[in-house]
Design a protein around this ligand. Structure first.
Ligand code: AMP
Ligand code: ZN
Ligand code: ZN
Length: 417
């Protein structure tokens, strides 16, 4: 097993700093009668489209649904990309509010951010808002994360008590064993919140497309991993005391062969350069060439539409962040845009993608929850993924930081405490 578990000195400091009981725990109720909240396991299957649950491929997730709650779908935030949405799920903030506005971005002060750059992902200055593990640790509730985006940085000076640095080579089965080990810990330092992440479905969706046999097989494999989680909790006697919230970050759209544009044909690179590619494509004008860039790009074109940051559709809540590039181009569903360099390498490589308008059915994500806090056999209508953070704080009984979510979305499907 290739595990690189980290429990750094900042976490140790945090354990000391966070040992003061939360205001709720410090109430007049005698400690002997305080019922700890059930443990909470947050699972992400990257790129699992909402309709994947209706294809007869997911018997283990279906067991969760039968004993718990399913949303018809969950609407991701704009843009429907991995880092922006994973961080929205744990903060309840739109990407335009938490600042992870893309997987690749530029900040006037911090420079460039790439998800594969450890110096960037571990730098707390990129990560705004308050993720659930920080809300929990601040309230004295211990947490352990299997590589959730943001969990490798000391946000507000706080890290999860235990965390795993992202390493895609670690087998999904080994990840399950790590997470089960965390949940089986006992004593005051045992985590009450753990997270688990899988990227295999997203990878198959990109490489082969959402209608492929490979995407289908990847879904079956992720479902089998969920089965290992359920059986592992059962075997350790943890099933009845653990809530499980299973989410995805976005869906996946078919990308037919050849439907990819060259960013340098969208605008001459002497006038403006692409600062991010895929969907959305961001452009920054060269100094003094702003008007020409706007003339070349703004408005509707074949297969894409561009706006000035300030004129973006308000429903995306995306234009207000200084990291949002001055010009944003949104591709039509099923179209991609890459730099010539990337085109040379990837032109025929991708058959599926995401990042499009978050309200497209193909971008819809998954939400399933089960455990002692949830009623059985319930369905909620489609809701926005900003509502997940307030639910998580409620399940852990910790105070919620300011967020964009609706705390009432799950009222009808939660059991009274
Ligand atoms: P994308 O499909 O480009 O939006 O991003 C998906 C990719 O993000 C996955 O294939 C993972 O390899 C990568 N990824 C997911 N979580 C992390 C993480 N915590 N750190 C670095 N990369 C990650
Ligand atoms: Zn993703
Ligand atoms: Zn992806």
């Amino acid at each position: 097993m290739n595990m690189r578990l980290v429990c750094g000195s900042i976490a140790a400091l945090c354990l000391m700093a966070c040992s003061t009981p939360s205001p709720r725990q410090a109430s007049a109720t005698p400690p002997t009668t305080v019922q700890p909240s059930p443990r909470l396991l947050l699972v992400s299957i990257d790129g699992l489209r909402a309709d994947a649950l209706d294809r007869g491929l997911t018997p283990n997730i279906q067991r969760m649904i039968d004993g718990g709650v399913r949303a018809r779908w969950m609407t991701p935030s704009y843009p429907s990309l991995t880092f922006p949405n994973h961080y929205t799920l744990v903060t309840g903030l739109r990407p335009g509010h938490h600042g992870i506005i893309h997987n690749s971005m530029h900040d006037p002060q911090l420079g460039g951010f790439e998800i594969s750059n450890p110096a960037a992902v571990t730098d707390a200055r990129w990560w705004g808002g308050e993720p659930i593990w920080v809300s929990a640790e601040k309230a004295g509730v211990r947490t352990a994360t299997w590589s959730w985006p943001g969990s490798e940085a000391a946000i507000q000076g706080v890290r999860p008590s235990q965390w795993q640095v992202y390493d895609r080579s670690i087998a999904l089965e080994d990840r399950v064993q790590t997470v089960l080990g965390w949940l089986a810990q006992t004593g005051p330092q045992a985590p009450r919140l753990a997270t688990l992440y899988m990227e295999n479905v997203d990878k198959a969706g990109h490489t082969y497309g959402p209608d492929s046999a490979e995407y289908r097989q990847a879904i079956q494999r992720a479902d089998a991993i969920v089965g290992q989680v359920l059986e592992g909790l059962d075997a350790r006697g943890l099933a009845t005391g653990t809530n499980i919230v299973l989410v995805s970050d976005h869906g996946m759209a078919e990308l037919p062969e050849g439907q990819v544009l060259d960013t340098e044909r969208m605008v001459d690179p002497a006038i403006a350069v692409a600062t991010s590619v895929g969907q959305p494509v961001g452009f920054q004008a060269m100094p003094g060439r702003e008007r020409e860039a706007e003339r070349a790009l703004l408005g509707r074109h074949d297969h894409y539409q561009c706006w000035k940051r300030a004129d973006l559709p308000p429903r995306w809540q995306y234009g207000q962040h200084p990291r949002t590039p001055p010009i944003i181009c949104e591709m039509e569903e099923g179209w991609d845009a890459l730099t010539p360099d990337m085109l040379a390498r990837h032109a025929h490589a991708y058959r599926g993608t995401h990042g499009y308008d978050n309200t497209l059915p193909s971008m819809r994500a998954v939400f399933v929850a089960t455990g002692p806090s949830f009623k059985a056999g319930r369905t909620v209508e489609g809701f926005d993924n900003v509502d997940v953070y307030p639910l998580l704080t409620r399940l852990l009984n910790v105070p919620a930081a300011a967020n964009d979510g609706n705390p009432d979305t799950f009222d009808a499907v939660l059991r009274p405490r």
